[in-house]
Design a binder for this molecule. Structure first.
Ligand code: ADP
Ligand code: 5GP
Length: 180
């Protein structure tokens, strides 16, 4: 499972990892109450649902875990996704916020590896968030404001990988998964 402040490069790393059949990874598609960004598609990056539907499904116990990651915006891992990926005989890979990551570790224990992706610097994180070109200024600000808080959780993860060069970071994560 990968966690990191938004803009560090988790999605980019996961996308590349999914290209290696030998890792046998299946991405857990989370549900979120935020709107799609750029080319994102329902059922691929996320299941995009309304806030009301999110709350209803949370109350119905459909999530393994969920968090209000940003004020008014919820994200959660659906039990049905964990089941789907497991039924396919694949290793589950999750992109999840720091609190969710720690909760999932409590749930899955030794079965899970928690990997914290670090940005090379705060300045580079800001550059990446702006460079992505998909978020409004207030959204970028919210994400940057939360980054220090999120980074303070890094030591609670099993391993930490700095995403300086994307290919190098992918190789490091790949090695961690293979050796697990
Ligand atoms: P996250 O999923 O953590 O929010 P993304 O994968 O969307 O982050 O990456 C944020 C932006 O940074 C994207 O525009 C992506 O292309 C870019 N990026 C990711 N990794 C690197 C890297 N190692 N060097 C430079 N840019 C990167
Ligand atoms: P983004 O909006 O950039 O796609 O994601 C914002 C944050 O939500 C990231 O930290 C991401 O890891 C987190 N996130 C995505 N899916 C989940 C999930 O299912 N559960 C939790 N707790 N966080 C998630």
């Amino acid at each position: 499972m990968l966690s990191a402040p938004s803009g560090t490069g988790k999605s980019s790393i996961i996308k590349k990892l999914l290209e290696y059949p030998e890792l046998n990874l299946g991405f857990s598609v989370s549900a979120t109450s935020r709107a799609p960004r750029g080319t994102e598609q329902h059922g691929v990056e996320y299941y995009f649902i309304s806030h009301e539907e999110f709350k209803r499904r949370a109350d119905a116990g459909e999530f393994v875990e969920w968090e209000e990651v940003y004020p008014g915006t919820c994200y959660g891992t659906l039990k049905s996704e964990v089941q789907r990926v497991t039924d396919e005989g694949k290793n589950l890979i999750m992109d999840i916020d720091v609190k969710g990551g720690i909760n999932v570790k409590k749930c899955f224990g030794e079965q899970a590896i928690t990997i914290f992706i670090l940005p090379p610097s705060k300045e580079e994180l800001e550059r990446r968030l702006r460079g992505r070109g998909t978020d409004a200024e207030d959204v970028i600000k919210k994400r940057l404001d939360k980054a220090d808080f999120e980074l303070s959780f890094a030591s609670q993860f099993d391993v930490r990988v700095v995403n300086d060069d994307l290919d190098r970071a992918v190789e490091k994560v790949k090695k961690i998964i293979i050796e697990a």
